[in-house]
Write a new protein. Sequence first.
Length: 291
Amino acid sequence: MNGRPETWGAAIEAYARYQRAGGRALGTIRVHRSYLGRLRTVASSPWTATTGDLVTFLAAGDWKPDTRKSARSALVTFYRWAIDMGHCETSPAERLPGIKVPTAAPRPATDEAIAAALARATPDVRLMILFGAFAGLRCAEISAVHHDDLRDGLLYVNGKGGKLRAVPLEHPELLAAVAAARSWLFPSPYGVDQHVTPGHVVHHLSAVLPAGVTGHQLRHRFATAAYAGTRDMLAVGQLLGHSKPETTQRYVRLPDDAIRAAVRSAAGLGATPPAAPSGRHLRAVPREETA
Protein backbone atom coordinates (compact mmCIF):
# COMPACT_ATOMS: atom_id res chain seq x y z
CA MET A 1 0.00 0.00 0.00
CA ASN A 2 1.44 3.31 -1.10
CA GLY A 3 2.85 5.46 1.70
CA ARG A 4 2.27 2.88 4.41
CA PRO A 5 4.66 3.20 7.38
CA GLU A 6 6.20 -0.27 7.59
CA THR A 7 7.75 -0.25 11.06
CA TRP A 8 6.15 0.18 14.46
CA GLY A 9 8.11 3.36 15.05
CA ALA A 10 7.03 4.98 11.79
CA ALA A 11 3.42 3.88 12.22
CA ILE A 12 3.21 5.17 15.79
CA GLU A 13 4.65 8.54 14.75
CA ALA A 14 2.16 8.85 11.88
CA TYR A 15 -0.71 7.91 14.20
CA ALA A 16 0.41 10.39 16.85
CA ARG A 17 0.64 13.12 14.21
CA TYR A 18 -2.92 12.32 13.14
CA GLN A 19 -4.10 12.52 16.77
CA ARG A 20 -2.41 15.89 17.26
CA ALA A 21 -4.06 17.20 14.09
CA GLY A 22 -7.40 16.12 15.54
CA GLY A 23 -6.77 17.97 18.78
CA ARG A 24 -6.46 14.90 21.00
CA ALA A 25 -5.12 15.59 24.46
CA LEU A 26 -1.36 15.22 24.84
CA GLY A 27 -1.89 12.82 27.72
CA THR A 28 -4.01 10.54 25.52
CA ILE A 29 -1.42 10.59 22.76
CA ARG A 30 1.35 9.76 25.23
CA VAL A 31 -0.60 6.81 26.68
CA HIS A 32 -1.44 5.41 23.23
CA ARG A 33 2.20 5.67 22.16
CA SER A 34 3.24 3.74 25.25
CA TYR A 35 0.82 0.86 24.66
CA LEU A 36 1.56 0.60 20.94
CA GLY A 37 5.30 0.71 21.54
CA ARG A 38 5.03 -2.43 23.67
CA LEU A 39 3.42 -4.37 20.83
CA ARG A 40 6.89 -4.90 19.34
CA THR A 41 7.20 -7.78 21.79
CA VAL A 42 4.40 -9.79 20.12
CA ALA A 43 4.48 -8.70 16.44
CA SER A 44 7.34 -7.58 14.19
CA SER A 45 5.21 -4.95 12.42
CA PRO A 46 1.74 -3.43 12.74
CA TRP A 47 0.60 -5.15 9.56
CA THR A 48 1.58 -8.70 10.54
CA ALA A 49 -0.08 -8.55 13.97
CA THR A 50 -3.00 -10.97 14.37
CA THR A 51 -5.92 -10.95 16.75
CA GLY A 52 -4.10 -13.70 18.65
CA ASP A 53 -1.04 -11.47 19.01
CA LEU A 54 -3.16 -8.67 20.45
CA VAL A 55 -4.91 -11.08 22.84
CA THR A 56 -1.49 -12.28 24.02
CA PHE A 57 -0.43 -8.68 24.58
CA LEU A 58 -3.57 -7.81 26.59
CA ALA A 59 -3.39 -11.02 28.63
CA ALA A 60 0.23 -10.46 29.64
CA GLY A 61 1.29 -8.29 32.52
CA ASP A 62 -0.20 -7.63 35.93
CA TRP A 63 -2.54 -4.89 34.74
CA LYS A 64 -5.58 -3.61 36.56
CA PRO A 65 -8.85 -3.93 34.58
CA ASP A 66 -9.04 -0.21 33.81
CA THR A 67 -5.44 -0.26 32.47
CA ARG A 68 -6.21 -3.30 30.32
CA LYS A 69 -9.34 -1.60 29.00
CA SER A 70 -7.32 1.54 28.19
CA ALA A 71 -4.79 -0.57 26.27
CA ARG A 72 -7.59 -2.28 24.33
CA SER A 73 -9.05 1.11 23.40
CA ALA A 74 -5.65 2.23 22.08
CA LEU A 75 -5.41 -0.86 19.85
CA VAL A 76 -8.93 -0.45 18.48
CA THR A 77 -8.40 3.24 17.74
CA PHE A 78 -5.00 2.67 16.12
CA TYR A 79 -6.28 0.05 13.68
CA ARG A 80 -9.40 2.10 12.94
CA TRP A 81 -7.04 4.90 11.88
CA ALA A 82 -4.96 2.45 9.83
CA ILE A 83 -8.03 1.29 7.88
CA ASP A 84 -9.16 4.88 7.27
CA MET A 85 -5.68 5.72 5.94
CA GLY A 86 -5.63 2.68 3.67
CA HIS A 87 -2.74 1.06 5.50
CA CYS A 88 -4.66 -2.18 6.07
CA GLU A 89 -7.99 -3.67 5.05
CA THR A 90 -9.11 -5.35 8.27
CA SER A 91 -8.49 -4.72 11.96
CA PRO A 92 -7.02 -7.46 14.16
CA ALA A 93 -8.47 -5.52 17.09
CA GLU A 94 -12.06 -5.87 15.87
CA ARG A 95 -12.71 -9.15 17.67
CA LEU A 96 -10.83 -8.50 20.88
CA PRO A 97 -12.80 -9.52 23.98
CA GLY A 98 -14.53 -6.78 25.88
CA ILE A 99 -13.01 -5.91 29.25
CA LYS A 100 -15.23 -5.38 32.27
CA VAL A 101 -14.02 -2.89 34.83
CA PRO A 102 -15.51 -3.39 38.31
CA THR A 103 -17.14 -0.31 39.75
CA ALA A 104 -14.76 1.16 42.29
CA ALA A 105 -16.01 2.72 45.50
CA PRO A 106 -15.40 6.46 45.89
CA ARG A 107 -12.23 7.16 47.87
CA PRO A 108 -12.23 10.80 48.91
CA ALA A 109 -9.13 12.04 50.67
CA THR A 110 -9.95 12.71 54.31
CA ASP A 111 -9.79 16.13 55.90
CA GLU A 112 -6.96 14.86 58.10
CA ALA A 113 -4.94 13.70 55.09
CA ILE A 114 -5.37 17.04 53.35
CA ALA A 115 -4.44 19.00 56.47
CA ALA A 116 -1.31 16.87 56.91
CA ALA A 117 -0.32 17.45 53.28
CA LEU A 118 -0.87 21.20 53.55
CA ALA A 119 1.36 21.29 56.62
CA ARG A 120 4.23 19.80 54.58
CA ALA A 121 3.67 21.59 51.30
CA THR A 122 5.66 24.35 49.65
CA PRO A 123 3.58 27.33 48.41
CA ASP A 124 3.25 25.87 44.89
CA VAL A 125 2.34 22.39 46.10
CA ARG A 126 -0.14 23.93 48.54
CA LEU A 127 -1.95 25.48 45.59
CA MET A 128 -1.93 22.13 43.77
CA ILE A 129 -3.59 20.50 46.78
CA LEU A 130 -6.22 23.24 46.98
CA PHE A 131 -7.01 22.99 43.26
CA GLY A 132 -7.71 19.29 43.63
CA ALA A 133 -9.62 19.42 46.92
CA PHE A 134 -11.54 22.69 46.48
CA ALA A 135 -11.92 23.03 42.70
CA GLY A 136 -11.92 19.38 41.58
CA LEU A 137 -9.19 19.71 38.95
CA ARG A 138 -7.30 16.73 37.56
CA CYS A 139 -3.50 16.73 37.89
CA ALA A 140 -3.16 17.47 34.15
CA GLU A 141 -5.55 20.41 34.51
CA ILE A 142 -3.71 21.75 37.56
CA SER A 143 -0.43 21.73 35.63
CA ALA A 144 -1.90 23.93 32.89
CA VAL A 145 -3.66 26.68 34.88
CA HIS A 146 -3.02 30.03 33.17
CA HIS A 147 -3.77 33.61 34.19
CA ASP A 148 -5.84 34.13 31.02
CA ASP A 149 -8.13 31.22 31.99
CA LEU A 150 -9.65 33.31 34.79
CA ARG A 151 -12.55 35.57 33.84
CA ASP A 152 -15.10 37.07 36.24
CA GLY A 153 -14.21 34.61 38.97
CA LEU A 154 -14.59 31.60 36.67
CA LEU A 155 -11.65 29.38 35.79
CA TYR A 156 -12.06 27.97 32.27
CA VAL A 157 -10.57 24.49 32.30
CA ASN A 158 -9.63 22.57 29.17
CA GLY A 159 -10.34 19.01 30.29
CA LYS A 160 -10.30 15.51 28.85
CA GLY A 161 -11.17 15.29 25.19
CA GLY A 162 -10.73 19.04 24.79
CA LYS A 163 -13.97 19.71 26.67
CA LEU A 164 -14.06 23.21 28.16
CA ARG A 165 -15.81 23.81 31.46
CA ALA A 166 -16.12 26.77 33.82
CA VAL A 167 -15.29 26.24 37.50
CA PRO A 168 -16.06 29.08 39.94
CA LEU A 169 -13.00 29.78 42.08
CA GLU A 170 -14.61 30.35 45.46
CA HIS A 171 -11.47 29.68 47.48
CA PRO A 172 -9.85 33.13 47.98
CA GLU A 173 -6.30 31.78 47.92
CA LEU A 174 -6.80 30.12 44.54
CA LEU A 175 -8.52 33.17 43.12
CA ALA A 176 -5.71 35.47 44.26
CA ALA A 177 -2.99 33.16 42.96
CA VAL A 178 -4.39 32.87 39.43
CA ALA A 179 -5.17 36.59 39.28
CA ALA A 180 -1.58 37.42 40.27
CA ALA A 181 0.08 34.99 37.83
CA ARG A 182 1.74 36.54 34.79
CA SER A 183 1.08 33.55 32.55
CA TRP A 184 1.24 29.90 33.66
CA LEU A 185 0.60 29.50 37.37
CA PHE A 186 3.15 26.66 37.42
CA PRO A 187 5.73 27.55 34.74
CA SER A 188 8.18 24.91 33.58
CA PRO A 189 11.85 25.52 34.49
CA TYR A 190 12.90 23.82 31.25
CA GLY A 191 11.26 25.89 28.53
CA VAL A 192 10.05 29.34 27.65
CA ASP A 193 6.28 29.82 27.95
CA GLN A 194 5.63 26.23 29.02
CA HIS A 195 3.93 24.80 32.08
CA VAL A 196 5.00 21.89 34.26
CA THR A 197 3.95 18.39 33.22
CA PRO A 198 1.07 16.46 34.80
CA GLY A 199 3.70 14.03 36.09
CA HIS A 200 5.33 16.91 37.95
CA VAL A 201 2.05 17.59 39.79
CA VAL A 202 1.52 13.89 40.54
CA HIS A 203 5.06 13.57 41.90
CA HIS A 204 4.84 16.57 44.20
CA LEU A 205 1.38 15.68 45.51
CA SER A 206 2.53 12.13 46.22
CA ALA A 207 5.49 13.50 48.16
CA VAL A 208 3.30 15.33 50.70
CA LEU A 209 0.10 13.27 50.84
CA PRO A 210 0.02 10.43 53.39
CA ALA A 211 0.79 6.91 52.20
CA GLY A 212 -2.07 5.42 50.21
CA VAL A 213 -3.60 8.80 49.32
CA THR A 214 -3.33 10.01 45.73
CA GLY A 215 -3.80 13.33 44.01
CA HIS A 216 -6.88 11.94 42.28
CA GLN A 217 -8.50 11.32 45.66
CA LEU A 218 -8.49 15.07 46.19
CA ARG A 219 -10.91 15.21 43.25
CA HIS A 220 -13.05 12.55 44.94
CA ARG A 221 -13.04 14.73 48.04
CA PHE A 222 -14.26 17.71 46.04
CA ALA A 223 -17.05 15.68 44.43
CA THR A 224 -18.19 14.19 47.73
CA ALA A 225 -18.23 17.54 49.53
CA ALA A 226 -19.93 19.31 46.62
CA TYR A 227 -22.70 16.71 46.50
CA ALA A 228 -23.16 16.74 50.28
CA GLY A 229 -23.76 20.47 50.13
CA THR A 230 -26.10 20.51 47.13
CA ARG A 231 -27.55 17.01 46.56
CA ASP A 232 -27.19 17.92 42.87
CA MET A 233 -25.33 15.19 40.98
CA LEU A 234 -25.75 17.03 37.67
CA ALA A 235 -24.05 20.17 38.98
CA VAL A 236 -21.20 18.13 40.47
CA GLY A 237 -20.72 16.29 37.18
CA GLN A 238 -20.58 19.57 35.29
CA LEU A 239 -17.92 20.89 37.65
CA LEU A 240 -15.87 17.72 37.22
CA GLY A 241 -16.20 17.76 33.44
CA HIS A 242 -18.13 14.49 33.20
CA SER A 243 -20.52 13.79 30.34
CA LYS A 244 -22.29 10.89 32.11
CA PRO A 245 -23.85 10.95 35.61
CA GLU A 246 -22.74 7.35 36.23
CA THR A 247 -19.14 8.55 35.97
CA THR A 248 -19.79 11.20 38.62
CA GLN A 249 -21.37 8.61 40.91
CA ARG A 250 -18.03 6.79 41.07
CA TYR A 251 -16.53 9.91 42.67
CA VAL A 252 -19.23 10.69 45.23
CA ARG A 253 -19.45 8.97 48.60
CA LEU A 254 -23.05 9.44 49.66
CA PRO A 255 -23.55 11.27 52.96
CA ASP A 256 -24.55 9.11 55.94
CA ASP A 257 -27.78 11.04 56.52
CA ALA A 258 -28.94 10.38 52.94
CA ILE A 259 -28.33 6.64 53.31
CA ARG A 260 -30.04 6.47 56.71
CA ALA A 261 -33.04 8.44 55.44
CA ALA A 262 -33.41 6.01 52.53
CA VAL A 263 -33.36 2.98 54.86
CA ARG A 264 -35.84 4.58 57.29
CA SER A 265 -38.20 5.41 54.44
CA ALA A 266 -38.01 1.84 53.13
CA ALA A 267 -38.74 0.55 56.65
CA GLY A 268 -41.77 2.83 56.98
CA LEU A 269 -40.20 4.78 59.82
CA GLY A 270 -40.61 8.17 58.19
CA ALA A 271 -38.07 10.78 57.28
CA THR A 272 -35.57 12.05 59.78
CA PRO A 273 -33.75 15.37 59.86
CA PRO A 274 -30.23 15.30 58.43
CA ALA A 275 -27.75 13.88 60.90
CA ALA A 276 -24.97 16.02 62.26
CA PRO A 277 -21.72 15.51 60.35
CA SER A 278 -19.79 12.57 61.77
CA GLY A 279 -16.39 14.01 60.95
CA ARG A 280 -14.69 17.36 60.81
CA HIS A 281 -14.95 19.26 57.56
CA LEU A 282 -11.82 20.88 56.24
CA ARG A 283 -11.94 24.62 56.25
CA ALA A 284 -9.74 27.04 54.37
CA VAL A 285 -6.47 26.69 56.28
CA PRO A 286 -4.60 29.99 56.65
CA ARG A 287 -0.97 29.99 55.59
CA GLU A 288 0.31 30.79 59.05
CA GLU A 289 -1.22 27.58 60.41
CA THR A 290 0.69 25.43 57.91
CA ALA A 291 4.00 27.28 57.79
